[in-house]
Ligand binder design. Structure first.
Ligand code: AMP
Length: 320
């Protein structure tokens, strides 16, 4: 067995106080992994104190509830899931902890943990946890299975993305065979959404700009969100639906977030890698799925120009 997986089991056994964190902006993979791991540890060690921390997401509250983190007064193990960089850890300060484990599938940004399990070729953090749980022969209950299934399905966009692999299917098959959960019933809570969002999606499709090179982008103001009754996070999630459009190679949404006084950027690509460009703009992510946070609208035009140039270069290279 992978030695790091064994080590995680030993550390969980050793610490009586464990905090599980993930990245800001909870999504089903981060949240599902966090809640599944909390439940797993609590089932194995009912007397340990295990907290899942970070800001809750109203959109995904059907998955479970989070804990408030008290002051850390005893030696505590921190397990950070699905988070490559320190600045995006939600609800935990590294220095408060005795030992830190990182479990992630993003390219490494900060090497912040005592023990790191980073599997860039894994489809999701939930997939890594599946592998870890099976390797250690941990008992996967039905509710843990549902959480991890939601994580994998959501991060792969229903097994669509390139990093979906034979291993993804093998682990999910094993999960379904062993727990027999009714997995199709999980899609309604995950994908059900208000009509306002569909109408807004129509607006995006009608109004996005497309450059000659094949960069599609749209600037979404707070007024527009209000007019349609859609929040900025939900608008950003619509980015995933443009993957198979002939004329679009790379695409980005720039969404005003008045509350935080910044512009959230979601970027996707099926051509050039975009994570290095995103990292120039207080962002990062995967090669084909990244995000950034801008503080001024001037930066929007700079980022559009950088992305457009990347698409152009990509097209020139494949034509050579
Ligand atoms: P999103 O478009 O928000 O779904 O994010 C796509 C990917 O980019 C995810 O893997 C995120 O972890 C990553 N990402 C999004 N925003 C940021 C950011 N501000 N800094 C670093 N990575 C980000």
């Amino acid at each position: 067995m992978n030695n790091s997986f064994k080590m995680v089991a030993k550390l969980i056994k050793k610490y009586n106080n464990i905090v599980i964190a993930r990245h800001i902006g909870a999504d089903p993979d981060a949240l599902g992994s966090q809640l599944a791991l909390r439940e797993m540890i609590k089932n194995m060690y009912p007397n340990k104190k295990v907290l899942a921390v970070g800001n809750p997401s109203s959109r995904f509250k059907f998955m479970g509830t989070l804990d408030k983190c008290d002051d850390i007064t005893e030696p505590t193990l921190l397990i950070v899931l699905d988070t490559p960089d320190i600045k995006r850890i939600d609800g935990a300060i590294l220095d408060d902890y005795d030992y830190v484990i990182k479990i992630d599938h993003h390219p490494v940004v900060d090497d912040f943990a005592n023990l790191s399990i980073v599997m860039e070729d894994a489809s999701s953090t939930a997939q890594i946890l599946l592998e870890l749980f099976f390797a250690n022969r941990f008992k996967i209950t039905e509710s843990i299975a549902r959480l991890l299934y939601l994580g994998v399905v959501s991060d792969t966009d229903r097994f669509l993305h390139d990093y979906t692999s034979v291993k993804t299917f093998a682990l999910v098959t094993k999960l379904l065979e062993e727990t027999n959960i009714d997995f199709t019933s999980l899609y309604a809570p995950l994908y059900m959404r208000p009509l306002a969002e569909i109408r807004f999606q129509g607006y995006i499709y009608q109004n996005m700009e497309i450059t000659d090179n094949g960069l599609a982008y749209i600037k979404i103001t707070d007024d527009l969100l209000k007019e349609y009754g859609v929040d900025s996070a939900s608008a950003g999630n619509m980015i995933n639906d443009l993957k198979f459009v002939n004329e679009i190679i790379t695409w980005a949404f720039f969404t005003e977030d008045k509350k935080s006084n910044l512009i959230r950027v979601n970027i996707r690509s099926r051509g050039p890698y975009i994570n290095e460009i995103a990292s120039k703009y207080n962002g990062g992510g995967h090669k084909y799925a990244s995000g950034a946070r801008l503080t001024s609208s001037i930066q929007i035009d700079d980022l559009i120009e950088d992305l457009d140039q990347a698409v152009l270069k990509y097209k020139e290279n494949i034509e050579e």
